[in-house]
Design a protein around this ligand. Structure first.
Ligand code: C2E
Ligand code: MG
Ligand code: MG
Ligand code: MG
Length: 279
């Protein structure tokens, strides 16, 4: 069951499949087969520096096309978590992303990790081995994790996080502002970065109070030496406000949609062209 996947996502998943067990079983088998055959794509969304708007990294995002139809990650990731498929899918995505990252030595690479992976006792060693085998400097890797597992099982989560950090990778708190967003946890765990959820990015633009909330959140992160990436940046106005609030990195459709490996290569390749991808 997708209970650990976060409230919104679990509801989405349940709405789609809980009332139809055959459909769910069918999708599970299709996903298992796709993962076994390596038929999962990874796309990459640019992350830019707020100052200068030059690309400084990418976030790897998994894609599954089933019978010509894309299945959203908000559906197949919770399914993979609930069925154990994540044990094969997680490493597959990490490996793909690390191999792709070899072509972009100047970019950081962020990879999402699900709570189910964090619960696996072999995960830290396995992840560090994949990174090392790909020949990637672990300092270039940021693993993104949502707060859910840290609230559920703080002791265990902290151990896993420390093991990963000792291996040189960074850990970012993903989707801040979307869930419980307990401030106390931020202080305790020592995340290397905070990612502001798209809903908070939007709220910041919609009202005076939303703006104040966004500003206060970034200031709080800064007071714990946590740099902040804003997600879901869709307009120049949002970008300007987020920069003003103190976000050092911006990510969203305004700068680029998730794109193929090749498209990232094209984006950064032409030395003559400016690397600035948006005003
Ligand atoms: P996330 O990690 O918060 O990723 C950001 C999501 O926001 C992505 O959706 C991205 O396409 C979308 N996005 C980025 N900029 C904008 C924007 O300006 N506007 C709008 N409307 N959306 C934007 P995506 O790719 O559908 O992924 C959804 C979620 O699925 C991710 O949220 C992440 O939690 C999960 N996910 C995706 N790939 C993986 C993966 O490889 N492993 C794991 N464990 N989870 C993944
Ligand atoms: Mg993420
Ligand atoms: Mg996010
Ligand atoms: Mg998300």
């Amino acid at each position: 069951r997708a209970k650990h996947a976060g409230r919104g996502r679990a509801m989405h998943y349940e709405a789609l499949m809980d009332d139809d067990r055959d459909l769910r079983r069918e999708m599970e088998e299709a996903l298992r087969a796709a993962v076994a055959r390596g038929e999962i794509d990874v796309v990459y969304q640019p992350i830019v520096r707020a100052r200068g708007r030059d690309i400084c990294g990418v976030e790897a995002l998994a894609r599954w096309t089933r019978d010509g139809q894309p299945v959203p990650p908000d559906v197949f990731i919770p399914l993979a978590e609930a069925t154990g498929i994540i044990d094969a899918l997680g490493p597959l995505i990490l490996k793909r992303a690390c191999e792709a990252a070899r072509q972009w030595p100047d970019l950081g690479i962020s990879i999402n990790v699900s709570p189910a992976q964090f619960r696996n006792p072999y995960f830290p060693d396995q992840a560090l081995a994949i990174i090392s085998e790909a020949g990637i400097d672990p300092a270039r890797i940021t693993l993104e994790i949502t707060e859910g597992y840290f609230i559920q099982n703080p002791g265990r989560a902290k151990l896993v996080m420390d093991r990963l950090k000792a291996g040189g990778v960074r850990i970012a708190l993903d989707d801040f502002g979307a869930g419980f967003s307990s401030i106390g946890y931020l202080i305790r765990f020592g995340f290397d970065r905070m990612k502001i959820d798209r809903s908070l990015t939007m709220a910041g633009q919609q009202s005076i109070k939303g703006g104040a909330m966004l500003q206060a959140t970034v200031a709080l992160a800064a007071s714990f030496d946590m740099p902040v990436t804003a997600e879901g940046v869709e307009t120049a106005e949002q970008a300007a406000f987020l920069h003003l609030c103190g976000c050092d990195q911006l990510q969203g459709y305004f700068y680029g949609r998730p794109m193929s490996e090749k498209a990232i290569c094209d984006l950064i390749a032409p030395p003559a062209a400016s690397q600035s991808i948006a005003g």
